[in-house]
Design a protein around this ligand. Structure first.
Ligand SMILES: [Fe+2]
Ligand SMILES: [Fe+2]
Length: 358
């Protein structure tokens, strides 16, 4: 069945086209490459994988709680509304909320696919074009993996949220190449890493955990790509140009933090949307989650040199300054390691199955 049959809203109602600005840049210097970017390109080539073979799609999800997540991760958990629900209704909330979250991952991945294809066109260095080309393939695989999880296992999809759509449109409508990176590789992918991590580390279902672990292994390279490219470029800009970018970062961060009310979900479930959105904003669990979303973004923003008074004030007001102390490179290296541990577990299980069959 096509996505159309899975959607909570018909696909034709939500189709999205807009005029994206692009300045195409050819590069005739083929040998002036930066070591860091070439090493990353090399890693990108070697770490390509096939979503249909690395992931064991024969595993099923529990219809009552597909990804096997703790109920405390449900945005309205503990509210009077949640307390009134019976077991069947709670199962429906789990199914829908998890599909809503994964749908945003899937749409964000399509955004990354398009943004990175744009970077191939617009970025000046051939080394960055090389790396971005490997990322385009990564993003296609990510769309494939989330879409398969939603279509085959959840049999349910939600349309893109307004918040994600606005941010994507801003990043893709700006013809300056660094703004695509700043929107995608630094902000959206930084945020995505924190959201994926929550599932990779807490999902009891091995299929859901594995999809997120493998996607994260690639995303860690993508964030590193943004860091390497912008870290060289931002010191060359004027203070006014950096200030403009800092302003954009702060506004986008507020926007991302405050968009997590899951309005479409409550409407679809026929719950009182305002009451639910208020419960989401009040929930301690969600408050913590909205703060933790910035663990990956803050150290990267500091590292690329957007660390003037505008960003520092914004992050102090949001209460996320402490994340500036996080060692961004170490945390990205750990994402790589965790994905390899998932591979090792699969190999162990496969050899146990083979031994049992002998
Ligand atoms: Fe991705
Ligand atoms: Fe990515």
């Amino acid at each position: 069945m096509s996505t159309m049959g899975r959607y909570t809203l018909p696909v034709e109602q939500t189709e999205w086209k807009f005029e994206g600005q692009t300045e195409v840049c050819f590069r005739w210097e083929y040998e002036d490459e930066r070591k860091g970017l070439l090493e990353l390109y090399d890693k990108g080539k070697k770490q390509q994988w096939d979503a249909s073979t690395r992931i064991d799609w024969s595993q099923d999800l529990d219809p009552e709680n597909p990804m096997g997540l703790d109920d405390r991760m449900i945005a309205i958990y503990g509210s009077p509304l949640w307390d009134k629900l019976n077991a069947k209704e709670r199962a429906q909330v789990r199914h829908h909320q998890q599909a809503h979250t994964l749908s945003q991952f899937m749409h964000g991945e399509q955004g990354a696919l398009i943004a990175t294809a744009k970077i191939v066109e617009t970025v000046p260095g051939i080394d960055a074009k090389f790396y971005a080309a490997t990322q385009v393939m990564d993003e296609a695989r990510h769309v494939e993996a989330y879409s398969r999880l939603l279509h085959e296992k959840f049999e349910l999809c939600y349309p893109i949220t307004k918040g994600l759509k606005t941010l994507l449109e801003q990043g893709l409508s700006d013809k300056r190449w660094d703004m695509t990176y700043l929107t995608m590789q630094i902000l959206i992918e930084g945020l995505a890493l924190a959201a994926f991590q929550r599932i990779r580390d807490f999902a009891q279902n091995p299929l859901a955990a594995a999809v997120n672990a493998y996607v994260m292994q690639d995303e860690a390279r993508h964030v590193a790509f943004g860091r390497l490219s912008l870290r060289d470029y931002y010191p060359q800009l004027t203070q006014a140009e950096r200030d403009e970018r800092e302003q954009f970062v702060v506004e986008a961060c507020y926007h991302m933090r405050d968009r997590f009310n899951q309005w479409e979900l409550w409407e679809r479930l026929d719950f009182p949307a305002e009451e639910c959105a208020a419960a989401v904003m009040e929930s301690d669990q969600m408050k913590q989650f909205r703060t933790r979303l910035f663990t990956r973004i803050v150290p990267t923003v500091k590292d690329i040199g957007l660390w003037g008074p505008i960003v520092q004030k914004g992050y102090s007001d949001m209460g996320v300054m402490d994340f500036a102390k996080v060692d961004a490179a170490a945390i990205l290296a750990n994402d790589d390691k965790v994905a390899e541990e998932f591979d090792a577990k699969t190999r162990l299980r496969d050899s146990a199955v083979a031994a049992a069959a002998e």
